[in-house]
Design a protein around this ligand. Structure first.
Ligand code: S3P
Length: 436
């Protein structure tokens, strides 16, 4: 089914909003809970299609998992050596995180498996994990150009590596850390720039020693994970749409509750503040090894800036929303150093530039970024190309546009943000959805 959103202009975001659980942490809780010894209770689990794909895959690998029931999931861990050979191809759907991280884990198992996904995932590069995993002794066949499906011939005798990642990618880092749990020796990974560290934090929380030394992270294979309860905070990346929406819509005053504020995720908060956004932090605390807090966002005039390149990996999923903020700001915004955006669920540089142009904005895509001349947005129809974050970013643009915006191909919003339309509407977005 295809789905279209239509957003009427006007409206403001107000009140308290709790967005669903963090996608990255939900995936990792299933994965690490499955190979831990004992029972892991997860609260706040994201019941979105991506994390549910990970859950189905671990069931197919022989793990008993109860739920989800209103965010509660119980994983009956099978221990490091307890996964079983799957009887079917493992379907990752739209989820790059599922495919890349699970490939790392499967590379080390005493059985074979195949991972596949939808048309978008089949276009995404997997050589970035297959190549370093091969250096560890893994045997992974890809389709042409290093694309999915992945055929993995398990090798329980992987070797540790010392590897400098060519791209800043938490998925690559995490895939290699999962393989390293099983490898002989100590694996050391060096990142070109910091990326989200949920895997490292959760491993430590489950009793596995992980050493961080500057840009490097290291762990020795052969240990065990001990089950522990995991509380998943609200997803900063989902909250970011409301941060942008509230900033650009006059009269907005919204409080985003219990949001994960891991500093490897909050680059967009820093960027929005540099643009003049009014965001106040309250209730800062730590749950399960992750910082959490409430974000109160009030409408404020935004100004175009040069996005600091060091913040790019720390805001990597927020650029669709940030481009909308830039289009509504005064003056020019320039993004560089973000070529990774071209290999996300869609080519987010081209797709966002096309959508902004359809709304009358002056947006010029470059090889690794975009130049946006801020001003007013008109109404119109934009294509999301099945990309959840593109769809939600343009939905928020509707708050500040001169006429209604229709966004096509929105069904994949459910991959990361089930209930987006209802929650956004209750906060004040004049959004309707209809089959298209
Ligand atoms: C993720 C890492 C990022 C991000 C993705 C989730 C993760 O991908 O874009 O949404 O959970 O590790 P890359 O590692 O490709 O940057």
């Amino acid at each position: 089914m295809t789905l279209a959103f239509t957003v009427r202009p006007g409206g403001a975001l107000r009140g308290g909003v709790r967005v669903p659980g963090d996608k990255s942490i939900s995936h990792r809780a299933i994965m690490l809970g499955s190979i831990a010894r004992g029972t892991t209770r997860i609260d706040g689990f994201l019941e979105g299609a991506d994390a549910l794909a990970t859950m189905s895959i671990f069931r197919a690998l022989g793990v008993r998992i109860d739920g989800p029931d209103r965010g509660r999931v119980t994983v009956h861990g099978v221990g490091m050596r307890g996964l079983q050979a799957p009887r079917q191809v493992l379907d990752c759907g739209n989820s790059g995180t599922s495919m890349r991280l699970i490939a790392g884990l499967l590379a080390a198992q005493p059985f074979d498996a195949e991972l596949d996904g939808d048309a978008s995932l089949r276009r995404r590069p997997m050589g970035r994990i297959a190549d370093p995993l091969a250096r560890m002794g893994a045997r992974i066949e890809t389709a042409a150009g290093g694309r999915p499906p992945l055929r993995i011939r398990g090798n329980p005798r992987l070797r540790a590596i010392d590897y400098a990642l060519p791209v800043a990618s938490a998925q690559v880092k995490s895939a290699l850390l999962l393989a390293a749990l099983y490898a002989e020796g100590t694996t050391r990974l060096t990142e070109p720039a910091p990326t989200r560290d949920h895997t490292e934090r959760m491993l430590a929380g489950l009793g596995y020693a992980v050493r961080r030394d500057g840009a490097s992270v290291a762990l020795a294979g052969g240990g065990e994970l001990r089950a522990a309860d995991i509380e998943v905070p609200a997803d900063f990346s989902s909250a970011a749409f409301f941060m942008v929406g509230a900033s650009i819509a006059a009269g907005s005053d919204v409080t985003l509750e219990h949001v994960g504020l891991n500093p490897t995720r909050t680059g967009a908060l820093e960027i929005l503040r540099l643009m003049g956004a009014d965001v106040a932090l309250a209730n800062e605390r730590e749950i399960g090894g992750e910082p959490v807090g409430d974000l109160r966002v009030r409408a404020a005039p935004l100004t175009g800036i040069e996005f600091p390149e060091r913040l790019v990996p720390l805001a990597i999923d927020e650029f669709p929303a940030l481009f909308v903020a830039a289009a509504c700001a005064r003056g020019r915004t320039v993004l560089r150093g973000a070529a990774e955006l071209r290999v996300k669920e869609s080519d987010r540089i081209q797709v966002m530039a096309d959508g902004l142009a359809a709304l009358g904005a002056r947006a010029t895509p470059t090889a690794d970024g975009m130049v946006i001349e801020g001003g007013a947005l008109a109404g119109g129809t934009v294509e999301s190309h099945g990309d959840h974050r593109v769809a939600m970013a343009f939905a928020m643009a509707g708050l500040a546009a001169g006429a209604p915006i229709t966004i096509r191909d929105c069904a994949n919003v459910a991959t990361s943000f089930p209930g987006f339309v209802g929650l956004a509407r209750s906060a004040g977005l004049r959004i309707a959805e209809a089959p298209a």
